[in-house]
Ligand binder design. Structure first.
Ligand SMILES: Nc1ncnc2c1ncn2[C@@H]1O[C@H](COP(=O)(O)OP(=O)(O)OP(=O)(O)O)[C@@H](O)[C@H]1O
Ligand SMILES: [Mg+2]
Length: 276
């Protein structure tokens, strides 16, 4: 049983990584739960085409007698289970966000992997769940600019969240998203993060217009278009995360070939972009 909290700056791709890594690990056979911990602006359900979920985290926060399991939605195309937030304004007012920890604690034992999406910046809504989690993934988006200011920006953003995670005993990793950089500059940023900031880079995901296209279709890009550049990079990041956080072993050649053939067959059965 492993729990990962996803944090980072507004719009960096936290919810996108939550939904796509969830879909990746679910396809690999892990029982996976995704929790929308962005309590004031929840958007995770939208990434799976779920509109106005009647039961959700907010109904749980307001009704302590309600069973957590009754607010969980199974998403058949990806196999993930989702604990969504409410999209109604009056539901999100006056909630006790510390109870999120009790809710996650109660339900996470049923899953091999729980991924908790956080709000922008310092994750006040999900901080209570840091006590239950094992890993924190910080999603960053590197804007184009002179190397020096990129280093300063990355340092400023990552160090605070890394310290916060370490204070709760979490192992911390970074995903660099929406990469538009040349590979030289990207390598420089990766080296800076790994050697100067001392945090492992789990993945580098290119900017790819098929990501928002998939979101608009209510399905994570790894399921919508498995061959998109972003999908391939997310799956690679999932592979690294699997080894790092879930103790998976790197596959031997024959085993790797076998699972590549299996996944090709699966992709043929479910053509990209087609809803089941
Ligand atoms: N690799 C990518 N390439 C192109 N667009 C992307 C990529 N990753 C995310 N996006 C787009 O960026 C926007 C923000 O993504 P997302 O909602 O996941 O960010 P967030 O960090 O959760 O934002 P918030 O802080 O508002 O919750 C979305 O429109 C999403 O489709
Ligand atoms: Mg988000």
């Amino acid at each position: 049983m492993v729990s990962i909290v996803i944090t980072g700056r507004g719009g960096a791709g936290k919810t996108t990584m939550t939904s796509n890594l969830g879909a990746y690990f679910s396809k690999k056979g892990y029982r996976t739960l995704l929790v929308d911990g962005d309590l004031y602006l929840p958007k995770l359900a939208f990434h799976f085409g779920i509109d106005n979920p009647a039961y959700n985290i907010h109904t749980l926060l307001k009704n302590p007698e309600m069973r957590v399991i009754d607010a969980i939605y199974h998403e058949p195309r990806t196999g993930v289970d989702i604990l969504p937030g409410s999209s109604k304004l009056y539901d999100v007012i006056d909630i006790d966000n510390k109870r999120l920890r009790d809710i996650v604690r109660e339900i996470q034992t049923k899953y091999q992997l729980t991924i908790i999406d956080s709000p922008v910046g310092i994750p006040f809504d999900t901080i209570s769940t840091f006590r239950l989690a094992h890993y924190q993934l910080i999603v960053i988006e590197v804007e184009r600019g002179p190397v020096h200011s990129v280093h300063r920006m990355v340092e400023n953003e990552v160090i605070k969240l890394k310290r916060l995670g370490e204070a709760y005993g979490l192992q911390v990793g970074v995903i660099i998203n929406k990469v538009r950089e040349s590979s030289d500059k990207l390598q420089d940023i990766v080296d800076f993060l790994e050697y100067s900031v001392d945090v492992p880079v789990v993945g580098t995901i290119p900017f790819d217009y098929r990501v928002p296209e998939a979101t608009n279709n209510g399905i994570p890009v790894v399921a919508y278009n498995p061959n998109a550049r972003a999908s391939k990079a997310i799956k690679e990041a999932g592979g690294i995360l699997g080894e790092w956080a879930l103790g998976e072993k790197r596959k031997g050649f024959i085993e790797g070939l076998y699972s590549a053939i299996l996944s090709l067959l699966h992709d043929r059965r479910v053509p990209a972009g087609k809803k089941l």
